[in-house]
Design a protein around this ligand. Structure first.
Ligand code: GDP
Length: 314
């Protein structure tokens, strides 16, 4: 069994390769839910949905998020009313949120609904939310002009304000009382290998690691944990990792990624373009494995998955 820790889009791109490199039934994906948000009474889990849609090959790879062939009629009509309309909710996507919300209202756990959604999409890998409890990534930004601190939901920072504001602080609200979802610790303990997908270390992997017991479980098995850097040439391929990492005390580089995970990974896969960082990474007692990490499509993702799997061989 291979376990992958995942955020949304960057992780999903890699996982599309992983399910082609080994039998999907041998893969468990533990997904961040710190980005989850309730809008119009609907429970939205962006990272769970990105992973599910992508593994079902139903994602829009050009736009980079959501479903292919999506329409936005409902959103257009919502704009008529005094409700926020900045979150891009597609009509097809809404069906998932309606189903999830109604099942949660019936008393189902998020992990149960996640499995039902994955099955409905024909996904062969097992998808687990990091927790069934409510954990919310909050970003304290510095408001332009006033310099005042503002405490925002991650989606308000990322989607509504397009990650433009300087970030002061990131908090995972509710994490102190959250437990790992059923199956999470078991999966880590029984895994043959554990992969940290190329995801934002602060917004995507950080919340998973902050859940009670997960980081500690990984530390026990550090000989079988490999991470993939989401940064190439000291910059994210996409998204705000470069704007968030300094607020978490991390340098924006492959070495900064190694620093974030140094207590529980044995190898960090970095891009060939970052080979000059190898001594810095190895000084942190993390092996560095240069590879082609830019995934323009499924073939590159599959090649990267094979490289990582080789590193996990005993
Ligand atoms: P999000 O929650 O949807 O932002 O998803 P993730 O955290 O999983 O993905 C965002 C991260 O993926 C960013 O930090 C990107 O730099 C990284 N990423 C996206 N595409 C690639 C790629 O092709 N190669 C690598 N190495 N990283 C990538």
């Amino acid at each position: 069994m291979i376990v992958a820790l995942a955020g949304g889009v960057g992780a999903a791109k890699f996982l599309q390769g992983l399910v082609r490199a080994i039998d999907p039934a041998e893969i468990t994906v533990i997904v961040n839910t710190g980005d989850d948000i309730t809008l119009y009474g609907l429970h939205i889990s962006p990272d769970l949905d990105s992973v599910t849609y992508t593994l079902a090959d139903a994602n829009d790879s050009d736009r980079g998020w959501g479903l292919a062939h999506e329409t936005f009629r409902c959103l257009e009509h919502l704009a008529r009313y005094p409700v926020p309309s900045w979150f891009q909710l597609g009509d097809g996507d809404l069906a998932t949120h309606l189903f999830r919300t109604s099942r949660l209202a019936e008393g189902a756990r998020l992990s149960e609904v996640t499995a039902e959604i994955a099955e409905a999409w024909g996904v062969g890998a097992r998808i687990l939310p990091m927790t069934d409890d409510k954990v919310t990534t909050r970003v304290v930004i510095e408001e332009a002009g006033t310099g005042r601190g503002m405490d925002l939901h991650f989606q308000e920072y990322f989607v509504e304000r397009q990650a433009q504001d300087p970030v002061r602080e990131i908090n995972y609200e509710g994490v102190e009382v959250a437990d790992p979802a059923p199956g999470v610790i078991d999966a880590i303990e029984s895994a043959d290998g554990i992969i940290l997908c190329p995801s934002n270390p602060v917004a995507s992997i950080g919340p998973i690691l902050a859940i009670d017991g997960i980081r500690e479980a990984l530390q026990q098995f550090s000989n079988k944990v490999v991470a993939i850097s989401p940064l190439i040439r000291d910059a994210p391929v996409k998204g705000p990792a470069d704007r968030m990492m300094p607020a978490a005390g991390l340098e924006v580089s492959a070495a900064g990624i190694a620093d974030a995970y140094r207590d529980f990974i044995h190898t960090l896969v970095i891009d060939f373009a970052d080979e000059s960082k190898v001594p810095e990474i190895e000084a942190l007692e993390v092996e560095a494995a240069p590879a082609q990490t830019l995934m323009r499509g499924v073939p590159q993702a599959k090649a990267l998955a094979k490289t990582v799997l080789r590193l996990l061989e005993p």
